[in-house]
Design a protein around this ligand. Sequence first.
Ligand code: GDP
Length: 206
Amino acid sequence: EIVRKLFAGTAEFFWGTGSLGGLPPMHGLEIAFAGRSNVGKSSLVNALTRRKALARTSSTPGRTQELNFFRIGEGQESAFTLVDMPGYGYAAVGKDKVAAWTDLIYAYLRGRANLARVYVLIDARHGLKDNDLKVLDSLDKAAVSYQIVLTKADALKPGPLADRIRTIEESIIRRPAAYPSVIATSSRTGEGTVELQSAIVQLLHE
Ligand code: GDP
């Protein structure tokens, strides 16, 4: 009931920034979503908050180079801030832009005491790629708690999906900041979205 009410409540964009100086003041808990460009992040964020276009789904990967902040469930006990991180690993973005992205993200991760967890989205069809591993390395280094969320689970049959989950869980078991279990989601079928919402609410109450 808390879960349903929280995510049915208001979800409002209140801050976007492409530079560290422009971060909003820390207020309440933040939950961030990260992932490679085109992983399905916008679609999942919209499915979670049941908004059609909270996070703009973009057909141009790598275009959103901003950290976007949304207040979820304002006025409710479990209100929190959802942080949509810019997608990474898009080759056509220039080297300078990649460096700027990396600087922004790492500085944000290190300095954000109210950041409760980063959900790292991984395309179920592709698994962990080199740039995902680099992001996990930096999260471990910054001691920021994170959990892997598979997207596009509908694209795999149950057997291969279970294999994918097991392989990833085995590969993250020794990572110090990783939450050990993986959540499989699909914004197309809705699979896993309630599980992810519940995980967020549980986290907010810890
Ligand atoms: P973002 O760049 O990470 O924000 O990704 P988008 O949400 O814009 O989605 C990228 C592409 O993946 C789009 O073509 C979507 O239609 C597709 N996509 C997103 N979610 C799903 C899903 O749950 N299942 C499948 N099969 N495709 C998806």
